[in-house]
Design a protein. Structure first.
Length: 100
């Protein structure tokens, strides 16, 4: 009967040791997972900052665009007016030359 207690104590010690080793490995794995998740969350925060910068740049572009951009139709209208004025000026010059 004394031998059974020794075997039981040895098995209990073996199970306890195995449980502690398993717990230690699981704790290490979990700490690595938590660190990886924190790194990914930090990266998401950086993406959020980048998104805000892109959004600000887009709003600035929308504000500046009407100042620096001429629509095709507006340019054609402007060009037509200038050409009509130049044609009138040319006709006046030719008329003045013809009178002399």
């Amino acid at each position: 009967m004394g031998e059974h207690w020794e075997i039981f104590a040895a098995l209990a010690a073996l199970v306890a040791t195995w449980s502690l080793v398993t717990f230690g490995v699981m704790r290490t794995i979990m700490s690595k997972c938590v660190a990886d998740m924190e790194r990914k969350i930090g990266a998401l925060a950086d993406i959020g900052k980048d998104y805000q910068n892109v959004e600000r740049s887009l709003l600035e572009l929308k504000a500046e665009l009407p100042v620096h951009y001429v629509r095709r139709e507006d340019f054609i209208r402007f060009d037509t007016v200038i050409n009509v004025k130049l044609d009138r000026l040319h006709d006046l010059i030719e008329e003045i030359r013809g009178k002399k």
